[in-house]
Design a protein around this ligand. Structure first.
Ligand SMILES: Nc1nc2c(c(=O)[nH]1)N[C@H]1C(S)=C(S)[C@@H](COP(=O)(O)O)O[C@H]1N2
Ligand SMILES: [Mo]
Length: 337
């Protein structure tokens, strides 16, 4: 398939999937259709844009998740005057290359991902490294609902109500030492359940890796999410644990994390190492710095169709400039894209 380049001032080329340019297209073997992995829907959520929260009944959630739901801080952070993206769009228009290159592939294939049991390793330059069962890892933290914009580098966006807790709380707990300057995150590697990790997509050096500077990781807006729309994360959205960094392009928000390492050197990350002139380590949302092949000035807010386009201006740091701009004082954002 040819990848079209959009003209600079609109986002009409809704078919562009630029991150895929580096991947060969092969038909998916072993793809299986499966339902969503969903948790219990809390009553509290029904007061908030109820119709957009879910259009399918939740499945049975594990006990640890149901317990956590009882004490959620709803709408701890919200987006004013911007509608939440319908659940259906947020769970059926995804990038999760482990499950295939097309937007519908994650929903179709991620049912095979086994999220229970799940083990998370925290290691590297910390006083308290650990290997946790997921339910033990999340035990100390209160879940907050964070309604954030998500802006993909491909110029589409959503507004998603996540359930998670600040990454900073975890970092404080594990006590980074004086050598720790970055956090490196790694996604599960399991070619058995992840068809994208089998031979057809050899260009990505699995597992998917992302990273943040330690001060970015400590920022209160950076969260680890275990849920969305008042329920468990759907597999295609990165169950059972993912990063959400709302002021950065979506590819920084790594899914289905199995390892977090505090490191001294800036980690080599998946998209940056595939195409360093197109995808930087920082990847801060910036309408003034275009991608080499398209403008970043505007975005398509989902749902957005050919006949009902929903295009809006992209905001500096995705609308979180007041909160995060100081992290980048003195940094040339044109060079450090
Ligand atoms: N492991 C992994 N994490 C990933 C990706 C991926 O392919 N693999 N895609 C990223 C990209 S490009 C985006 S835009 C977001 C999409 O998150 P969503 O599907 O929950 O909206 O996930 C990010 N996290
Ligand atoms: Mo993305």
């Amino acid at each position: 398939m040819l990848i079209k380049s959009p003209t600079s001032s609109d986002c009409k080329a809704s078919e562009i999937t630029p991150e895929r340019l580096y991947l060969s297209r092969r038909s998916m073997l072993g793809a299986s259709l499966a339902g969503l992995a969903l948790g219990a829907l809390p009553r509290a959520a029904s007061a908030v844009e109820a119709s957009r929260y879910a259009d399918v009944a939740p499945g049975a959630a594990p006990a640890w998740f149901t317990d956590k739901l009882a004490a959620v801080r709803w709408q701890a952070v919200t987006v004013k005057d911007e509608a939440i993206t319908p659940f259906k769009d947020a769970t059926h228009y995804n990038n999760f290359y482990e499950f295939g290159p097309d937007k519908g592939d994650p929903a179709a294939n991620a049912g095979a991902l086994k999220t229970e049991p799940w083990t998370l390793v925290v290691d590297g330059e910390v006083a308290k490294p650990g290997r946790y069962a997921l339910e033990d890892f999340v035990k100390p933290y209160q879940l907050e609902e964070r309604i954030y914009r998500l802006r993909c580098v491909e110029a589409w966006s959503m507004v998603i109500p996540w359930l998670g807790f600040p990454l900073a709380q975890v970092l404080k707990q594990v006590e980074p030492n004086s050598k720790a300057r970055y956090v490196r995150f790694e996604t599960l590697q399991d070619p058995q359940s992840m068809p994208g990790q089998r031979s057809g997509f050899a260009l990505i050096d699995w597992p998917y890796v992302e990273g943040l500077r330690l001060d970015e990781a400590m920022h209160p807006l950076a969260i680890l999410a275990v849920g969305m729309y008042g329920r468990e994360l759907a597999n295609q959205n990165g169950a059972p644990l993912r990063l959400v960094v709302p002021w950065k392009y979506g590819f920084k928000s790594i899914k289905s994390i199995v390892r977090m390492s505090l490191v001294a050197e800036r980690p080599s990350t998946t998209w940056e190492s595939l195409a360093p002139t197109e995808y930087g380590f920082y990847a801060n949302v910036n309408p003034m710095v275009d991608h080499p092949r398209w403008s970043q000035a505007r975005e398509r807010r989902l749902p957005s169709g050919l006949f009902s386009p929903n295009v809006r201006d992209t905001l500096m740091f995705n609308g979180y400039a007041d909160e995060v701009a100081s992290l980048y004082a003195g940094l040339d954002l044109r060079k450090n894209y």
